[in-house]
Design a protein around this ligand. Structure first.
Ligand code: ATP
Ligand code: SF4
Length: 317
């Protein structure tokens, strides 16, 4: 359904070119969920915006392909993207979207617009469909007439999720969809996503720095570091057999209830993406760094079927 090949999305700033997504390749089948993990600034949101064909200026897609059902989103005009892709094939739950609901419109008014504009529905038809969608996300009809300030954080996030489903997209991208919520509401929202995954059989991309969220829902995981995917595999492969030192570091930083293993963290901070370190971008922070790591970029190697790792420790085995 989705094939991303050698995608490069850069921000052309006065200080230089920020290589926020640099040669990223992965694929996603129908009904599959991909989790994208990585520290802040690793390029996760930029990847998501690229898939929507909307990269905020001064950013733009500088190379590669985004094949959605065989058509290249990266090469489409703004008009084509609006007509064929955005919200219809790919929808996105933006980071903090629940706080960006328009305060002066009722939930019905905000939700009805796409039906009336894109699907030529009457107001009444739109209302019927919205009531169905509200039910899907666990809210009743009374929410139609409410304003955003009358809703709790969890209810607002349910509205935002319903809005992402409005036009029956094939792919929903959720960028940090639970970050601003307390843990109980986080769990409820994750249950809602699991229900949607089961009932709708749509593909989803979950972007988060929180690996425990990904463990709950993802079939596949891509670990990003400094604009690159450094490890890609099924959830089992990544969580049970992580091969890249960065993935191993991320996993060691998650507290586990029944483990005596000490929690540790990765020393240092991610690099500046205008002048990233040569060779392996992780080398200044890697406990296993070798001379070759400072010089040559590690190739992506398939270590077992479907499990890819970019690290010289692997390619030199
Ligand atoms: P977070 O988890 O904090 O949202 P992220 O992994 O989603 O981070 P991005 O927001 O995609 O990362 O940012 C990737 C890189 O691109 C960062 O170095 C960031 O500073 C840079 N960047 C993002 N937006 C812009 C912009 N509008 N102009 C210039 N640089 C930008
Ligand atoms: Fe560490 Fe070298 Fe592997 Fe990079 S390539 S993760 S520096 S061992």
């Amino acid at each position: 359904m989705l094939e991303v090949k050698g995608l490069r999305t850069y921000y052309f700033t006065l200080k230089g070119v920020v290589k926020a997504v640099d040669n990223v390749t992965f694929s996603l089948g129908k009904g599959e969920v991909l989790g994208v993990a990585g520290e802040s600034g690793s390029g996760k949101s930029t990847l998501a915006w690229s898939l929507m064909g909307y990269v905020p200026p001064p950013g733009r897609i500088a190379g590669g392909q985004i094949l959605l059902d065989g058509e290249d989103v990266a090469k489409m005009s703004e008009d084509e993207l609006r007509r064929k892709v955005r919200w219809k094939k790919v929808s996105m739950i933006f980071q903090g979207a629940m706080n960006a609901l328009t305060p002066v419109f009722t939930i019905e008014d905000q939700m009805a617009e796409p039906f009336i504009i894109h699907m030529n529905m009457t107001k009444r038809e739109a209302r019927e469909r919205i009531v169905e969608l509200l039910k899907e996300v666990g809210l009743d009809e009374s929410f139609l007439r409410r304003y955003p300030h009358e809703l709790s954080g969890g209810q607002k996030q349910r509205i935002v999720i319903a809005m992402a489903l409005l036009l029956n997209p094939e792919l929903v991208i959720a960028d940090e969809p639970t970050t601003a919520l307390d843990v109980v509401v986080q769990a409820q929202i994750m249950n809602l996503f699991k229900k949607i995954k089961k009932e709708y059989n749509i593909s989803m991309i979950f972007i988060t720095h929180d690996l425990s969220i990904i463990a709950e829902i993802a079939d596949k995981v891509a670990v990003m570091y400094a604009g690159k995917v450094v490890e890609l595999g099924t959830s089992e492969q990544i969580f049970l057999n992580p091969q890249h030192p960065y993935t191993q570091g991320l996993l060691k930083s998650i507290p586990k209830l029944r483990s005596k293993e000490k929690i540790s963290w990765i020393p240092g901070t991610p690099p500046n993406l205008v002048t990233p370190p040569p060779g392996c971008r992780f080398h200044p922070r890697c406990p296993y760094v070798m001379d070759v790591c400072k010089r040559d970029e590690p190739p992506m190697v398939e270590v077992e079927p479907g499990h890819f790792v970019a690290c010289h420790l692997i390619s030199r085995r």
